[in-house]
Design a protein around this ligand. Structure first.
Ligand code: BGC
Length: 760
C-alpha cells in the first residue's frame, strides 16, 4: 500500500484505535482494526527454523509449535563464512513462513559473543562485528526475497542472559560503535530488514527501548532503517517514553493496559499525537507489505529442506585438529562410535528458538543408511546428570579398545547452555572429560566430535588426534558429520570466535556479567581476537581457524592503489591454489592493520572475506574490496568514523593467526580533527601544530629562561630543545605558571588559549 494511503488510513483511526495498534493483539499477532478492515499479521520465532505456535504462545520454547525444519543455529551459520549459503537458508525459511502465513520471522540474532559463557551464544554469530553483520545481511536478504519480514535482534548489547531484563551495560563510546552498533549498522544498511527487535536491557543508563539516541538517531538517521521497531517479548517499561524514543510496537499484547497510557498521554499533552501516528504508519507499512505479498500457494518440501539443512551443516562443521591425518576415517577399519550424541545428536539450543523438527538424522542413522560397515556403538555417558556411569564407561572403553579408531560424540547437554541463563564455567561435563581421557589411555586413535554453541575447555586435547566442532548443526547434522568423518565432504568452516585455553583468558572475565544490575564492559573494543592479538596471548584455536583435507597456497596479492583516501574503494586481489589432492573450499580472510596510530587500536581487524571452491591443482583469483570504513575507528571527538592518515597493512590470512600475504598502503587524510584548546591542554598537544607552537613560544621560553640562552652550540641547542620538548610533553599549559623561571600570569595563559582557539 502506498505511503499516502497508509497516512489516510491512520487519519481515519480514532486515538484509541491508534494506541491499540501500538501493541500486539495476542502473543504472536498484531491487532486488527475491523471497523476499517485493517488485518492483523502473525510473527513467529526464528532464527534458524520456524517456531509457529498455533495454540498457547510462550517465549521460552515450552509449548508446542508446528513441525518445521531446524537449520544449523547461528553459531554454525557464521562458521560457514558463506554468504550465498546463508542466504539460501533464509530463502528456505521465507518459503516456510509463506506456506504457514507467517509475516515476520524473528531473527537473525546478531549479538556479539562478548563472553564464551553467554547462554544464547549458540544463537549468535560471532565475536567479530563484521562477520556477524555480513552473515546477518545474507540471512535477512534470503528471507526477505520471499516477501517475508525479519526482525534483527536483540538491539542492542543483549550479550548475556544474567539479569537480561534489567541489567545496565556500561559501554564506552568507541566499543559501543565499533563493536556493538556496527554489527546492526552494516546488516541494516546491506539488507533493509522489515523490523528491528529492541532488547530488554539498559545501556549506559536508560532502557534501550526508551533511548531515542539508539532507537531513532542511530537506527533511522545513521542506518537509514525505515521499518518498524518492536519490543522483545515484554521489553517495555515506560510505554510512552518508549513510543517517543522510537519503539513502535509493543509485543506481545499489553492487554490494553499500556494502550490506555498512550491515550492518556496524548490527551494530557504529554506527547504529541503525531508520535502515535508515525508509529501506526510504520506498523501498517509492514502489515500491508506482508498481506499484499502473501503467497498462499507456497509449499515446503520437507525432504528437500532436510537436504538443504544437511548441505548447510556440511559447511558449518569445523575441523580443529587432525594429527597424523586421522581423518577422514579409513574404509575397512573397525570404528567405535562412542557417546550419546552419536545416537541423539545435540543439534539445537533451548528457549525461544527451539524447533519442533520433522526428522532428525543422527550420525548412526546415516552410517546405517549409507551401509557403512565396521562401525560399533557404545553410549559411554548419560547427559541427564553429570556423573560417571561406570557400566556405560566400561562398555565404551571395551569398544574403543577393540577398534582401530574411537570417535567420541561429546559436548554440552541442554542443561548447560540455553536461553534464560548463562553458563557458570567453560567446562564440559566432568563425566565426558573423564570418558575421553579413559578412552585415550587404551586407544591411540581418538577423534572427539563436539556439539556445543560456544567454546569449551579441552583438558584432553593433547591426548586425542582429532577434534571436530559440529556446533549445533540442525536436524540433518548426522548426515553432514558422517560425510565429513568418512571424507565424502571436505570440511570448509572456520571459527567465528576464539577458543581460549581457559575462561580466565577471556577479556570479559574480570567484569563478567557484572555485579547486581550493572555490568561494565571493561575490555572496551578489545573483544575476542582483538584482545588476544593485542596481548600476544596463545589461544587454543584462533578466530578464523579451521582445517581442511587439502592444502591451499596464496600468492600474487595485488592492491588496486597504494594510496587510499576517504573517497576511494580499494580492490584487493590474490590467487588461491588448491595444492592438495582433494577438492575443497577455502575461506580467505582480509584483515586491516593501522601500523601507526595515535588512537588506541586493535592489532588488526577483519574487514572482508571470501569463500572459494577449488579442484585439486586449481587456482582462482579472489577479489575483495575495502572502503573508508575498513580503515576507520569511531572518533568520539567528532562523533563519527575517522581514519588517521599514515601507513596501513592489508593482510590476507587463513586465520587471524595465520597471515600469509600483506601489502602496505598509505592512507591520506586531509580532514583534521578539531582541536579545542583550554588551560588544561598539554604543551605536547600544542606542539603538534607549528602555528600553535608559535603562539606559546613566549611561554616556552619563559619556562626555560636562562637555560636556553646558556647554550651556544647550535647542535647542542637542537638536542636540548628536543629534550625540553619531551619534558614539557605532558605539562598542561596552566602549569607553566608555577614552574616558569619568569613570572607568567593567568591572564597571559588565558590570552594564549584565546589565540590558539582562533587559529582555524
Ligand atoms: C526472546 C526473543 C524471542 C521472543 C519471542 C524472547 O524471550 O529474547 O529472541 O524472539 O522471546 O519468543
Amino acid at each position: 500500500m502506498e505511503a499516502s494511503k497508509i497516512k489516510d488510513l491512520v487519519a481515519a483511526m480514532t486515538l484509541e484505535e491508534k494506541a491499540g495498534l501500538c501493541s500486539g493483539g495476542d502473543f504472536w499477532h498484531t491487532k486488527a482494526v475491523e471497523r476499517l478492515g485493517i488485518p492483523d499479521i502473525m510473527v513467529s520465532d526464528g532464527p534458524h527454523g520456524l517456531r509457529k505456535q498455533d495454540l498457547e504462545g510462550d517465549h521460552l520454547g515450552v509449548n508446542d509449535s508446528i513441525s518445521a525444519v531446524c537449520f544449523p543455529a547461528g553459531c554454525g551459520a557464521a562458521t560457514s563464512f558463506n554468504r550465498e549459503l546463508i542466504q539460501s537458508m533464509g530463502e528456505a525459511l521465507g518459503d516456510e513462513c509463506q506456506s504457514e502465513n507467517v509475516a515476520v520471522i524473528l531473527g537473525p540474532a546478531v549479538n556479539i559473543k562478548r563472553s564464551p559463557l553467554c547462554g544464547r551464544n549458540f544463537e549468535y554469530y560471532s565475536e567479530d562485528p563484521y562477520l556477524a553483520s555480513e552473515i546477518a545481511a545474507a540471512h535477512i536478504n534470503g528471507v526477505q526475497s520471499r516477501n517475508v519480514g525479519t526482525s534483527i535482534k536483540h538491539f542492542m548489547a543483549n550479550n548475556q542472559e544474567t539479569r537480561r531484563m534489567s541489567v545496565n551495560a556500561l559501554i564506552d563510546e568507541r566499543a559501543l560503535h565499533e563493536i556493538y552498533l556496527s554489527t546492526f549498522e552494516n546488516a541494516i544498511k546491506k539488507s533493509k530488514p522489515w523490523t528491528v527487535m529492541s532488547s530488554y536491557n539498559k545501556v549506559n543508563g536508560p532502557y534501550v527501548g526508551e533511548n531515542r539516541q539508539l532507537m531513532t538517531d542511530f537506527l533511522r538517521d545513521e542506518c537509514g532503517f525505515d521499518g518498524l521497531v518492536m519490543s522483545d517479548w515484554g521489553a517495555v517499561g515506560d510505554r510512552v517514553a518508549g513510543l517517543e524514543a522510537g519503539l513502535d510496537l509493543e509485543m506481545p499484547t499489553s492487554k490494553g493496559v499500556r494502550d490506555r497510557l498512550i491515550v492518556e498521554a496524548v490527551k494530557t499533552g504529554a506527547i504529541d499525537e503525531s508520535v502515535v501516528d508515525t508509529a501506526c504508519e510504520r506498523i501498517l507499512g509492514i502489515v500491508y507489505r506482508a498481506v499484499e505479498n502473501h503467497n498462499p500457494s507456497a509449499r515446503t518440501d520437507w525432504d528437500d529442506e532436510h537436504e538443504k539443512a544437511r548441505k548447510i551443516a556440511e559447511e558449518t562443521i569445523v575441523l580443529l585438529k587432525n594429527d597424523d591425518n586421522i581423518l577422514p576415517l579409513k574404509a575397512g577399519n573397525d570404528i567405535a562410535f562412542i557417546g550419546k550424541y552419536a545416537q541423539k545428536p545435540r543439534f539445537q539450543g533451548g528457549g525461544s528458538s527451539h524447533i519442533n523438527c520433522i526428522k532428525v538424522t543422527s550420525v548412526l542413522d546415516e552410517v546405517k543408511a549409507q551401509g557403512i560397515s565396521g562401525v560399533t556403538y557404545a553410549q559411554g555417558f548419560d547427559d541427564e546428570e553429570d556423573v560417571v556411569d561406570e557400566a556405560l564407561e566400561a562398555e565404551a572403553i571395551r569398544a574403543a579398545k577393540a577398534a582401530d579408531v574411537a570417535v567420541i560424540f561429546a559436548g554440552l547437554p541442554d542443561a548447560f547452555e540455553s536461553e534464560g541463563f548463562d553458563r557458570s564455567h567453560m567446562r564440559m561435563p566432568d563425566c565426558q572429560n573423564h570418558l575421553i581421557s579413559e578412552i585415550a589411555k587404551v586407544q591411540p586413535n581418538v577423534v572427539v566430535v563436539l556439539h556445543n554453541g560456544s567454546p569449551v575447555e579441552m583438558p584432553w586435547l593433547d591426548e586425542v588426534k582429532g577434534v571436530v566442532e559440529s556446533y549445533l548443526g540442525g536436524e540433518a547434522v548426522g548426515g553432514a558429520q558422517c560425510d565429513i568423518l568418512f571424507g565424502k565432504v571436505n570440511p570448509s568452516a572456520k571459527l567465528a570466535e576464539t577458543f581460549p585455553y581457559k575462561l580466565e583468558d577471556n577479556p570479559s572475565f574480570l567484569t563478567g556479567f557484572g555485579s547486581g544490575d550493572e555490568v561494565v564492559y571493561s575490555e572496551g573494543i578489545f573483544v575476542g581476537y582483538r584482545y588476544y592479538d593485542k596481548k600476544k596471548m596463545p589461544v587454543m584455536f584462533p578466530f578464523g581457524y579451521g582445517l581442511s583435507y587439502t592444502t591451499f597456497e596464496y600468492s600474487n596479492m595485488k592492491v588496486s592503489d597504494k594510496i587510499m583516501d576517504d573517497s576511494k574503494t580499494l580492490t584487493v586481489k590474490l590467487d588461491v591454489t588448491n595444492s592438495g589432492t582433494v577438492a575443497g573450499k577455502e575461506i580467505v580472510q582480509l584483515y586491516v592493520a593501522d601500523l601507526e596510530s595515535t588512537a588506541i587500536r586493535p592489532v588488526k581487524e577483519l574487514k572482508n572475506f571470501e569463500k572459494v571452491y577449488l579442484e585439486p591443482g586449481e587456482t582462482k583469483t579472489v577479489t575483495m574490496t575495502l572502503d573508508k570504513r575498513a580503515f576507520a575507528y569511531y572518533e568520539p571527538r567528532i562523533k563519527d568514523w575517522y581514519v588517521e592518515g599514515g601507513e596501513f597493512e592489508i593482510m590476507a590470512g587463513k586465520s587471524s593467526r595465520d597471515i600469509v600475504l600483506g601489502e602496505k598502503i598509505t592512507y591520506v587524510q586531509h580532514k583534521k580533527l578539531p582541536v579545542r584548546y583550554t588551560v588544561d591542554t598539554t604543551m605536547g598537544d600544542i606542539f603538534k601544530d607549528q602555528r600553535a607552537r608559535a603562539v606559546v613560544d613566549h611561554l616556552y621560553r619563559a619556562y626555560f629562561e636562562g637555560e636556553l640562552s646558556s647554550q651556544n652550540e647550535a647542535s647542542e641547542e637542537a638536542i636540548s630543545n628536543a629534550m625540553n620538548d619531551a619534558m614539557l610533553e605532558n605539562l598542561p599549559i596552566h602549569a607553566v605558571i608555577p614552574f616558569a623561571k619568569a613570572v607568567i600570569t593567568p591572564a597571559e595563559i588565558e590570552e594564549a588559549v584565546k589565540k590558539l582557539n582562533m587559529l582555524d
